[in-house]
Write a protein that binds this ligand. Structure first.
Ligand code: ATP
Ligand code: MG
Length: 404
């Protein structure tokens, strides 16, 4: 097996080797290379201690020096160079209490989670102690060593197993699967941010329908009771298949999932729990809220009202969402109607009215909640009849509405 290392990576490895240290590309980049995929970033593992690495390169940053990681800067690129490591005991199912450095590559590879992630590649070729290449060939995710012990050390690995299976379209090997099911309750110890990051990667993967594995393993009851509820209603296969056929947009896929329990659960609850930011929460909740909004066969007036209700910025995603949720219907006519409204520039929101709050105050309407109420009334009229959206038409209506 020959892997074409990028020049910078080869140069870092060779410089370390020349100084008498071992060095290898390791982990995700080797896995992706063996798979024939383009790696996102190249990590390097070495027998050199952090200080020894720093002495060999001009520009370095102490990004994670306690854990043995030095970032080497070459041109505009940066590479994490990490000293061979043995992780200490994990008492909290997440962080090793201590790490110790070692001069043995095998020890470093043993601490890694899955065989496919435990391969190294250097000037002497591929080092593959756990048959990661064989597992790639077979398409399986398998723990390095004893699966129960490995998940017991770090429960996040359980979620990583499902995520890699979704990204690669791989099955989880039987013993790894059994251990994951057994230790799933330990995921309660993992921070919401990490769970969120893994679930996002899972949902954005090429095989998001594999989220069904979360239910098969009982992970959902620990971190996403919503999924368990969908399963109890017998709808999980349908929802997974919708998500699997939908465009790879994170808000859209979350909305498809959470819409399936919208009658019994506020989507905001799950999103807050997973520490979504306000933007994401707003977008997903809006899509879920509009799951049943009339769309097919509606007229222009209703379409303008819908655009105002959803917000113009959401409409493209909203159409994508509705088409994904209901793949058997034809949304072309509805989309053309919407598009015509946008192209004509019809008013579809308060911000597009020909008059604003200041104009109303100049009419003598006092600042305060009346202004908002009257603007809403004007908008209501204009949504029905866009031709009314001129100052000449609206100011008299405003005056009348104010009772002046
Ligand atoms: P990606 O970056 O695409 O998510 P990756 O395999 O590069 O995939 P990282 O989280 O970047 O994953 O980790 C790099 C490597 O570190 C992994 O390939 C694996 O060898 C090791 N690793 C990462 N997280 C763990 C963990 N929780 N337990 C054991 N080894 C891990
Ligand atoms: Mg990575």
């Amino acid at each position: 097996m020959i892997i074409e290392l990028p020049d910078n990576v080869r140069n870092i490895i060779t410089r370390l080797n020349t100084a008498g240290y071992e060095a290898y590309a390791v982990g995700g980049c080797v896995r992706d290379s063996v798979l024939g995929r383009e790696p996102q970033d190249w990590d390097i593992t070495t027998s050199a201690l952090p200080e020894e690495v720093k002495a060999l390169f001009n520009r370095t940053v102490d990004t994670g020096i306690k854990h043995g990681t030095v970032t080497v800067l070459l041109g505009r690129e940066s590479y994490e160079v990490t000293t061979y490591r043995i992780d200490g005991k994990y008492s909290d199912s997440r962080h090793p209490d201590s790490v110790s450095f070692t001069r043995s590559l095998v020890e470093d590879l043993k601490r890694r989670d899955f065989t496919i992630n435990a391969m190294a590649y250097g000037n002497d070729g591929l080092v593959d102690m756990f048959d990661g290449a064989g597992d790639i060939e077979k398409g399986v995710i398998r723990c390095v060593g004893n699966a129960e012990a490995r998940f017991g050390e770090d429960a996040l690995r359980i979620l990583r197993a499902v995520r890699f299976s979704a990204q690669l379209g791989f099955d989880i090997e039987r013993e790894t699967m059994a251990a994951a099911a057994k230790l799933a309750p330990r995921l309660a110890d993992i921070s919401a941010e990490r769970v969120h990051a893994e679930l996002n990667k899972l949902l954005l993967s090429d095989h998001p329908e594999r989220l069904i594995t979360l239910h098969e393993l009982g992970i959902d009851r620990v971190i996403m009771p919503e999924i368990n509820e969908i399963a109890e209603k017998g709808e999980l296969p349908r929802v997974c298949s919708l998500i699997g056929r939908s465009p790879a947009n994170i808000c859209l896929r979350w909305a498809l999932l959470l819409a399936a329990v919208r009658r019994s659960r506020d989507p905001k609850e799950a999103l807050r729990r997973l520490k979504f930011d306000n933007n994401g929460t707003y977008t997903i909740c809006s899509l879920v809220r509009l799951t049943d909004a009339p769309l097919l066969g509606i007229g222009e007036q209703s379409m303008r009202r819908l655009i105002n209700n959803a917000g113009r910025d959401l409409m493209e995603l909203f159409f994508m969402y509705r088409m994904a949720a209901d793949p058997d219907s034809d949304y072309n006519a509805a989309y053309e109607l919407y598009n015509g409204i946008i192209e004509r520039g019809d008013c579809t929101g308060i911000d597009m009215l020909a008059v604003n709050g200041r104009d109303l105050m100049e009419l003598g309407i006092p600042a305060g909640k009346d202004i908002g109420r009257i603007l809403s009334e004007l908008l209501d009229r204009v949504l029905d009849d866009p031709a009314l959206n001129t100052r000449e038409s609206l100011l008299p209506i405003a005056k009348e509405a104010s009772g002046l």
